[in-house]
Design a protein around this ligand. Structure first.
Ligand code: ADP
Length: 328
């Protein structure tokens, strides 16, 4: 393979830039030309490369064009969702664009949705390799996804700040963190911040459970409390109101939101992104497509995309139990 593309798709995550850098540098060191596709699959469908007044959707990336990005959050290729790519018409446009640019292989950095698209495009003759990039760590085939560590550390730092003010006023702080499909950020933030209660879809913790835990903890002389909720399991303001009503502890709600998606990636995210990017290009250079790369206990692994999408991931209840056993 002599010409490959790289794109970032779906929700952005810190470390995507480090992965792009690894893909570009590995490709060039193997004698390939590497093209950057902007705004996810939209770039393959729009293909405004010949429209001087509009930023090109597909650009050749040099060794130097990925300088000074390993430490930056976000993605220099932009990320987006693309409805049209879900339909045959969109896939055919994307395939035609790849053929026009001589793109034989494509590295797709994103989540499960992006991998479905990569499988569809692979089935139409463009060899795709997926790299798991999402702060939620909700991809079953890998123990670890790019952005997860940075997001958890951001959430932890912010909850630490909320703890200071909760402690000063004998309050309860109810914090909603990200993780629409998975409670891993909530679990690890909760344990690392000493949360009295953690609410995720997997744990099924109710507002009543939280109130019981706070009441039990009050008997030990504790005056301030942290409750961590995963987005999608309820409304933080309502939970705070219930806590205040039933325990008498003044309660405040905070939704951390998109701040968790930004920031300079941690060591773990930069190293993971570099390793995954390098392996993805190795596969393409050996003519292997329709794969997703990931980690199994810190060892690089790769799977057929369809097989990867059928896998399921276990929630770490033993970690949850540790958190609950020591936070009272
Ligand atoms: P993520 O990759 O973070 O899971 P999405 O689920 O939004 O994010 O998917 C990103 C993009 O991948 C979508 O906008 C679409 O272009 C493509 N995609 C998602 N699901 C499919 C699918 N079933 N078939 C083809 N393309 C898909």
């Amino acid at each position: 393979m002599k010409r490959i593309g790289v794109l970032t798709s779906g929700g952005d995550a810190p470390g995507m830039n480090a992965a792009i850098r690894a893909v570009v540098r590995t490709g060039i060191s193997k004698g390939m030309t590497v093209l950057g596709v902007r705004r996810g699959y939209n770039g393959l469908i729009l293909d405004r490369t010949e429209t001087p007044e509009i930023e090109a959707d597909i650009v050749e990336l040099s060794v130097r064009s990925v300088s000074d990005i390993i430490q930056r959050g976000g993605t220099l290729l932009y990320s987006a969702r693309c409805q049209e790519f879900r339909y045959e018409s969109g896939l055919q446009k994307a395939k035609a664009t790849c053929e026009r640019h001589g793109i034989e292989g494509l590295v797709v950095i994103g989540g499960d949705g992006s991998f479905r698209g990569a499988a569809d495009l692979s089935a139409r003759g463009i060899a795709c390799v997926g790299i798991p990039g999402t702060i939620d760590n909700d991809i079953a085939m890998t123990d670890y996804t790019i952005g997860y560590d940075t997001a958890m550390n951001t959430a932890m730092e912010l909850v630490d700040k909320l703890r200071d003010t909760a402690q000063s006023h004998d309050r309860c702080t109810v914090v909603e963190v990200m993780g629409r499909n998975a409670g891993y950020i909530a679990l690890n933030t909760g344990v690392s911040c000493g949360a009295t209660a953690i609410l995720t879809r997997e744990t099924g913790t109710s507002a009543e459970d939280v109130i019981t835990r706070i009441k039990n903890t009050q008997t030990t002389g504790k005056h301030h409390f942290i409750v961590v909720m995963c987005e999608g399991v309820g409304n933080a303001a309502e939970v705070a109101k219930e806590i205040e009503k039933h325990t008498g502890v003044e309660s405040r709600a905070s939704v951390l939101g998109h701040v968790q998606r930004g920031g300079s990636p941690t060591v773990r995210d930069r190293v993971a992104a570099s390793r995954l990017g390098h392996r993805a290009v190795e596969l393409l250079s050996n003519g292997i497509g329709n794969r997703v790369v990931g980690f199994d206990r810190n060892e690089l692994v790769d799977f057929d995309i369809q097989d990867a999408l059928r896998m399921t991931k276990e929630f770490d209840f033993s970690l949850y139990n540790v958190g609950m056993d020591i936070s009272f």
